[in-house]
Design a protein around this ligand. Structure first.
Ligand SMILES: Cc1cc2nc3c(=O)[nH]c(=O)nc-3n(C[C@H](O)[C@H](O)[C@H](O)COP(=O)(O)O)c2cc1C
Length: 237
């Protein structure tokens, strides 16, 4: 899985933007393993473009923050709805005040760049930033919430049920005549099943790629235990 710099949550601090990253990978290893793309993808047109470019599948995370199923608070969702393409930034400032440090070297997190980020840019020391964060939290203020989200948050401006969101994504994918049009319905069905069990990260795979290569995918990271995904009911090649 190749995750571009646009991605929400934690990932490679120096990852290139997804489209260029994907192209470089596909050129470097044309006969390599299945390549999954992630980062900043919120619409069906983007999925279609990435599949056409050569990705075997696409992972969406931020898109599913805009659902009633997502456990983010109403305050966080309101911030997300009003966010634009420049609303998020990468860094460690969010983890520092959230007290979620300990990530491996080279990993940082993309989140809504609110006053947590402003405090950091203005040079406030960690102690001062923690105090400001704790006071904001105690008062119930919304300007220092830690809201992990990617650049694709700027493309979505409403909350929709996950299954509806999915049919919108798949629907607009189908319209763009990607190279696997016969697979769209199966993608939609498989995707719906995944969404029911996974809230933070959802895999949209081209089933033809899955079928031909007989691959079983599992979501890795902290979601792994709850969200093992067998899209193919097949065996690992
Ligand atoms: C709110 C949120 C929580 C996430 N939590 C995890 C996680 O626990 N483990 C992980 O490997 N990736 C996590 N991610 C990253 C996603 O798995 C995925 O790589 C990323 O969301 C894709 O980019 P996008 O958000 O731009 O769609 C998270 C992303 C978001 C937005």
């Amino acid at each position: 899985m190749y995750t571009g710099n646009e991605a929400g949550g934690h990932g490679g601090a120096k990852a290139p933007p997804l489209s260029s990253f994907l192209q470089a990978v596909l050129t470097a290893i044309p006969d390599g393993p299945v390549v999954i793309a992630a980062g900043g993808v919120s619409t069906g047109a983007q999925i279609a473009a990435l599949l056409t470019q050569g990705a075997a599948g696409v992972v969406l995370g931020t898109r599913f923050l805009f659902t009633p199923e997502c456990p983010y608070s109403a305050e966080k969702k309101a911030v997300l709805i009003s966010s634009d393409l420049n609303a998020t930034k990468r860094g460690m400032a969010f983890d520092e005040v959230n007290r979620t440090m300990g990530w491996p070297e080279g990993i940082d997190g993309r989140a809504i760049a609110n006053d947590i980020f402003t405090d950091y840019l203005e040079g406030a020391g960690l102690e001062e930033r923690l105090k400001g964060y704790d006071e904001s939290t105690a008062k119930g203020e919304t300007n220092r919430l830690v809201i992990w989200a990617g650049v694709g948050a700027g493309l979505i401006n409403e909350i929709k049920r996950a299954t509806v969101s999915t049919s919108v994504i798949i629907g607009s994918t189908a319209e763009t005549k990607i190279k696997f049009p016969g697979c769209i319905q199966r993608v939609a069905r498989g995707d719906s099943e995944i969404i029911e069990s996974s809230l933070a990260s959802t895999l949209v795979m081209c089933p033809r790629c899955l079928f031909e290569r007989k691959i079983v995918f599992k979501v890795t990271g902290s979601l792994a235990d709850r969200n093992s995904i067998d899209l193919n009911s097949g065996s690992r090649s």
